[in-house]
Ligand binder design. Structure first.
Ligand SMILES: CC(C)(COP(=O)(O)OP(=O)(O)OC[C@H]1O[C@@H](n2cnc3c(N)ncnc32)[C@H](O)[C@@H]1OP(=O)(O)O)[C@@H](O)C(=O)NCCC(=O)NCCS
Length: 120
């Protein structure tokens, strides 16, 4: 699990922006069980930093965190990455879709869908 901080020079302080996590999973892709699959159990951006930075041309924190955990997955040799997301969690689903994830299951009893992406 990783915590992400941002330093605000004017305040001389660091703030917790969000966190992500990564681990192995027994899930596999049908017909390709040998592909090494990683799982993101949780990823979050603190509410004060959601949707930020806005209009500065810089990457949003959500993008930086997801890019970072995807890079860590590649470094660890994962060829596929998956996660569970609530079907009504539009911000999360939009974020993951933007980074190549697609839903591969229907909603389960808890309202979650499994999303997947291949790592190049
Ligand atoms: C999911 C989460 C990490 C996204 O971070 P964020 O800073 O809100 O992300 P973004 O600002 O990039 O928003 C993602 C997309 O959702 C859209 N969005 C944001 N809030 C929205 C809302 N209420 N309704 C519809 N769309 C919304 C944004 O416009 C953006 O779409 P775009 O990339 O096409 O512009 C953050 O909302 C969060 O931490 N949520 C709580 C924890 C959580 O649900 N984690 C995911 C568990 S799997």
């Amino acid at each position: 699990m990783w915590l992400y901080y941002v330093a605000v020079a004017e305040l001389g302080e660091e703030f917790l922006v969000g966190f992500s996590s990564l681990g192995p999973t027994h899930w596999s892709i049908r017909n390709e069980p040998s592909r090494k699959m990683g799982f993101i159990p949780m990823l979050a951006v603190a509410s004060a930093f959601q949707g930020k930075p806005r209009d500065s041309g810089e990457d949003r924190f959500s993008h930086r965190i997801l890019k970072d955990v995807m890079a860590k997955a590649r470094q660890r040799g994962y060829q596929e990455l998956c996660l569970l997301v609530n079907d009504e969690n539009t911000p999360a689903k939009r974020l993951y879709t933007r980074f190549g994830f697609t839903a591969v299951t229907k909603k389960d009893r808890r309202g979650n869908v499994r999303m997947h992406t291949a790592l190049s």
